[in-house]
Design a protein. Structure first.
Length: 409
């Protein structure tokens, strides 16, 4: 089995995901992804005719994101018509899964040059016409009464004993670390500016961070999911909080501690990573930055939904023959503050090893695009600190987690 090498990666800036407000909201998501693909080619200089697939994660799949946005973005970018594209959906882990599938194609010997990435313009939301995660399936709902993720995050905080101060303090730290990273230019090498159709600049910097955030300003924000948790769900006789207490009888009352300030931001963006076999890279003068050591996925109880990053990481470490002590840096998606705090608690990870450049609470979480963004962020930080290994993990809808271990070359 051959190795899968990470040659390089790029991403768009993350624009606020609100129509008419966010700087990318007027740019079609295919155009955002296309400009990222061309930015990757310009940065690396590879022959796009050699690309055997472009695999893109996308959490929407409807409206402007419909009809295999990976292939349509390849065509929009002006790449050869011989370059195919495929779009996949693993909820928030879609983009990370795209990189994993790219690596698997190379490691199996079936492919030599593949792009793994993702895209999401959350400002261009299109209704899915479903009743939630069970997609109009009452039989599934009877087995697993899946609830909104914000309430799942509050359930995690309740069970683990994370207070409002705990999650707010973590969120402030994310903002502070992000502000420092931006000030020091840590993201600069991976950013591709995005332009409007008339050639004017749409966005060349991340616009979601709030560097002046303090614990005091957090205290003024009301819980986002408390009212939702106490509301009857579409004709059901139970509220979401009732469902939590039924599935977890030890929970007497759900403590709603999450709000917009300690949850991932709603943003637009795209990302892409070029993966290559060693033979192709050597034959074409491509210099690798890292290799994929191992990948893994995990499933956990789907009502609480967001607890699988830890199990996925443990599977990944075990299959790689490693322990957490072999990992220099951890990058865990900040879907909600409690998700990262639970991961840190379960695996015993030091604070100075995890999300050291900030995360999605400050930068935003463009669903399908986030995974490759996290990989690029932590790889650049490994290089900056002259360290070697990193583990990236994400929670996803439906009670799943994705994990990847990378090693510098």
């Amino acid at each position: 089995m051959t190795e899968a090498w990470i040659i390089d990666g790029v991403r768009s800036p993350r624009g606020r995901g609100k129509a008419g407000v966010g700087s990318l909201s007027e740019v079609h998501p295919q155009r955002v992804m296309a400009q990222v693909l061309n930015g990757l080619q310009e940065k690396v200089g590879f022959d796009t005719a050699d690309v055997e697939d472009v695999i893109a994660g996308c959490g929407s799949g409807s409206g402007d994101h419909a009809h295999d946005i990976a292939r349509l973005s390849v065509l929009d970018a002006g790449w050869p018509i011989t370059a195919p594209g495929v779009t996949l959906h693993r909820f928030c882990g879609s983009g990370q899964q795209a990189v994993t599938f790219a690596a698997m194609g190379i490691m199996s010997g079936q492919q030599d040059l593949v792009v793994g990435g993702g895209v999401e313009s959350m400002s261009r939301y299109s209704p899915t016409h479903t009743d939630g995660f069970t997609a109009n399936n009452p039989h599934l709902f009877e087995q697993y009464p899946l609830i909104p993720q914000g309430i799942s995050a509050d359930l995690i905080a309740t069970i683990e004993g994370f207070s409002r101060d705990d999650v707010d303090s973590y969120a402030v730290r994310s903002q502070q670390r992000t502000a420092r990273s931006i000030e020091e230019g840590r993201f600069k090498d991976s950013l591709v500016p995005i332009y409007h159709e008339d050639g004017t600049l749409a966005l060349d910097r991340d616009e979601h961070p709030r560097p002046g955030t303090t614990l005091e300003s957090m205290n003024g924000l009301n819980p986002s999911f408390e009212k939702m948790g106490k509301t009857l769900f579409d004709g059901h006789v139970k509220t979401f909080d009732d469902i939590c207490k039924e599935v977890y009888p030890d929970v007497k009352d759900v403590q709603h501690v999450h709000h917009a300030g300690n949850s991932s931001g709603v943003v637009d963006g795209a990302s892409a990573i070029l993966m290559s076999s060693p033979a192709y890279a050597k034959a074409h003068g491509l210099k690798p930055r890292a290799r994929i050591r191992m990948t893994a996925t995990a499933g956990t109880e789907p009502v609480i939904m967001l607890t699988a990053p830890g199990p996925a990481a443990e599977i990944c470490l075990r299959k790689a023959g490693m322990t957490k002590d072999d990992i220099d840096l951890f990058e865990i998606n900040e879907a909600f503050a409690a998700v990262v705090l639970k991961f840190q608690k379960d695996l015993g990870v030091n604070d100075d090893q995890i999300n050291v450049c900030g995360g999605s609470i400050a930068l935003g979480h463009p669903i399908g695009a986030t995974g490759p963004m996290l990989i690029q962020t932590v790889l650049a930080e490994l290089e900056r600190q002259d360290k070697n290994t990193a583990l990236i993990a994400m929670c996803t809808g439906g009670g799943m987690g994705t994990a990847t271990i990378i090693e510098r070359i």
